[in-house]
Unconditional design. Structure first.
Length: 722
């Protein structure tokens, strides 16, 4: 008996071809692959091959394509699999539902090539984010709040007003903090640049960004945003010139998280790594908030020259490059195959401007809101998803276009695919013997949650890697790990072995390394969990092999020069890489400031221990000139007089640090608590006495993810504009 004898016999029912006038431009039709007809499939045979199918019949559709009917007990999936296995079949697929792409009636929608590129103005058709395809699924629900941390937003703009977030717990204009969140009359957000409750845009940048994210769609005026119904929280920290201070950006981010934003658009950059901003981003992560950041407009590689906030390593941060209307990396855009996650349209982008106007800007600032709007739209469609699932949908569906290979980690944004990512395909044919309903498919990517280095003495020879969930061990090999030494040299990996009794821990082994310096381990991203989900991004971890140190060393901060404003605070860092057990510690400071009694100073250790050095001493005298705080000094700081040249005992004893390790980041915090007098932190240093720690590498926790060295932040500005 033939192995095919039990299958239904072939029957042919040819139909005549008919030409039907097209009522819709075919370019406006989109295929919905989540829906198809369960009664038949579409088949095309290779030339000269017999047309063998199932005995239920077929219909000729023209150009060699047939509609083949299925037996009642056969599913579409089964039929397609069986037909594709036959050498004579050139094509076999479901008969997907086709719909007219949803486009809004906004009169300037045709100018939005980033949403829907039809080739306008010399562009390449479909070099866009696929917004009309996404809008067939959802145009948004208004559930997702997006915080735009920028120059403010024109919340009265006719194309934005209906989509502005409103603090319903606040009574407008009564001068009272009704909701007790620390801000009076913060109805639309807050102006941190001017410390008032009116985040009106006096520059244009923030309003332009907001229009791309969420201009009201299908309202017959202007343009449409990616999410037609998103709620935009206006948080101003950049002034009318487009610049501002990082401390205000930190305040804005903390406000966004505290007041319900799920996504933050950060189309700004400048300065270096900042511990306060890193802490705020980690706080956002803890609350499930995604930060979308512009990669920068310097045409440089962020892998080698970090740009912040885009390069902060949290897995809730998405870094965005810019493309032009021909799917090329924009000439100005920063890039980075590891640190820049995705690209989006960012050149000649048309959007809203203050005063009811519209205009064209370019920059990674303009690319970023395309991604932010897409995240809001996807989250609206999947309100129960975690931030990891939303990010996975955005990154895993990006179009892998050749021009971005080696430039970004994924490709160009495709919200049309992202919005249906992870949706289960409906079973087209009822099963007479159904199995229990499966649990929802796992779409959460795995992540590295810990790395512990170990070895003999101070040397390292192994790293134990812990993932957030069970891992398919076959997908985690030496090819997925790189290790670099202090001078950037590559170090060979000898093995990756699953830890016995676990499914989420692996030992990465390599030759023993004893040379002093920082070692960086990078893992992934092609490491899969048991559901087949790959890591959303590459993970990095660092550890330091210590060098021998003398019994006494002085560490001097380069993080100085900050202005000490009225009622302001500065924190200057010193990072100590040596593991020294402290026996004595002295601090020397140089501060220019009129009216010394305005000031308080603390020394804060790596473990958070804080020792007050001076508390409003010196009366109307000026400056702290080479002032050394030393527990063994003959007089206390309260007995001295400005400019406090020499040695003094601090307000509290520095012996609080004795016995602790000096390794880590220390901060000198200087606070001004009065009006009228300002100053400058000119410099400070720490003299540490002690002995080198034993140096054992056993259970040495890595820094994960690895932050770059702290540097002075200074002023920052938006990434892009007119």
């Amino acid at each position: 008996m033939s192995r095919h004898s039990r299958r239904p016999a072939l029957a042919v029912h040819p139909l005549e071809a008919r030409d039907v006038p097209a009522l819709t431009d075919p370019s406006q039709l989109v295929v919905d692959q989540s829906a198809f007809d369960s009664s038949h499939v579409l088949v095309k045979w290779r030339d000269g091959q017999p047309h063998v199918t199932f005995h239920q019949g077929r219909q000729a559709l023209g150009n060699g394509l047939y509609r083949v009917n299925l037996p009642a007990a056969m599913s579409v999936d089964q039929a397609v699999a069986a037909l594709r296995a036959r050498p004579g079949v050139a094509l076999a697929q479901p008969d997907y539902r086709v719909e007219i792409a949803r486009t809004p009636d906004d009169p300037s929608f045709g100018s939005l090539w980033g949403m829907d590129n039809t080739g306008q103005s010399g562009g390449t058709p479909n070099a866009d984010i696929g917004a009309p395809v996404a809008w067939n699924t959802s145009t948004g629900t208004g559930r997702t709040v997006v915080a735009v941390i920028d120059t403010g937003v024109d919340y009265n703009h006719p194309d934005l007003a209906a989509n502005m977030w409103r603090n319903t717990r606040e009574i407008p204009g009564n001068g009272i903090d009704d909701d007790h969140n620390g801000y009076k009359d913060d109805v639309y957000g807050y102006d941190f640049a001017n410390n008032d409750s009116n985040p009106m845009d006096d520059n244009g940048h923030g309003t332009h960004v907001s229009g791309t994210i969420g201009a009201v769609g299908d309202n017959g005026i202007g343009v449409a945003g990616v999410d037609w119904h998103v709620k935009i929280m206006a948080l101003k920290f950049l002034d009318s010139s487009g610049s501002g201070y990082l401390s205000n950006a930190v305040r804005a981010l903390n406000y966004a998280v505290a007041n319900g934003a799920k996504v933050v658009n950060a189309s700004f950059g400048g300065g270096g790594y900042d511990a306060a901003m890193a802490t705020a981003i980690n706080n956002a992560r803890a609350h499930g908030v995604i930060v979308v950041a512009a990669a920068g407009n310097d045409s440089s590689n962020n892998d080698t020259t970090p740009s912040y906030p885009a390069n902060y390593p949290g897995d809730n941060v998405i870094s965005v490059a810019a493309t032009d209307r021909n799917d090329q990396l924009a000439y100005f855009s920063n890039y980075g195959p590891t640190t820049v996650d995705i690209a989006a349209p960012g050149q000649s982008i048309y959007s809203t401007l203050p005063g009811g106007r519209y205009g064209t800007y370019s920059g990674t600032s303009m690319a970023t809101p395309h991604v932010t709007g897409a995240i809001a739209l996807v989250w609206d469609a999947h309100p129960n998803w975690t931030y990891q699932q939303v990010i996975a949908a955005i990154l895993n569906t990006a179009d892998r276009i050749p021009s971005l290979t080696g430039k970004v980690a994924t490709g160009r944004l495709d919200v049309g695919k992202a919005i249906t990512y992870g949706d289960s395909t409906p079973t087209p044919t009822p099963n007479p013997n159904p199995t229990p309903t499966p649990t929802p498919s796992d779409t959460t990517p795995p992540a590295v949650t810990g790395v512990t280095f170990s070895g003999s003495g101070s040397a390292i020879s192994r790293a134990r890697v812990t993932f957030s969930e069970a891992i398919n061990a076959a997908t985690f090999t030496t090819a997925d790990v790189t290790l670099t030494g202090p001078s950037g040299q590559a170090i060979g990996i000898s093995g990756v072995t699953a830890v016995a009794g676990t499914n989420n821990q692996f030992d990465v082994t390599f030759a023993s390394l004893s040379a002093a310096g920082t070692y960086t381990l990078a893992i992934g991203p092609a490491v899969n969990d048991l559901a087949g989900n790959a890591m959303a991004r590459r993970a990095t971890a660092t550890t330091v092999v210590p060098s021998a140190v003398s019994s006494g060393q002085t560490f001097t901060s380069t993080d100085v020069g900050q202005t000490i404003w009225d009622f302001g605070e500065v924190a200057s860092a010193i990072t100590v890489n040596q593991d020294i057990a402290i026996s004595d510690l002295n601090v020397t400071v140089n501060v220019s400031h009129t009216y010394d009694s305005d000031l308080r100073m603390w020394l804060v250790g790596p473990d958070g221990t804080a020792v007050p050095l001076v508390n409003r001493r010196g009366g109307s005298g000026d400056n702290f000139s080479n002032t050394t705080f030393d527990d063994e000094a003959s007089q206390g700081i309260g007995q001295g007089a400005a400019p406090f040249a020499g040695s003094f005992r601090p307000e509290s004893s520095l012996s609080a640090f004795d016995g602790k390790s000096a390794k880590g980041t220390w901060y000198l915090v200087v606070e001004d608590v009065a009006m009228f007098d300002t100053g400058r932190l000119n410099g400070w240093s720490m003299a540490v006495q002690g002995t080198a720690a034993a140096g054992s590498a056993a259970a040495r926790q890595a820094v994960l993810p690895a932050p770059p060295p702290i540097s002075k932040s200074g002023q920052i500005a938006w990434w892009g504009g007119a």
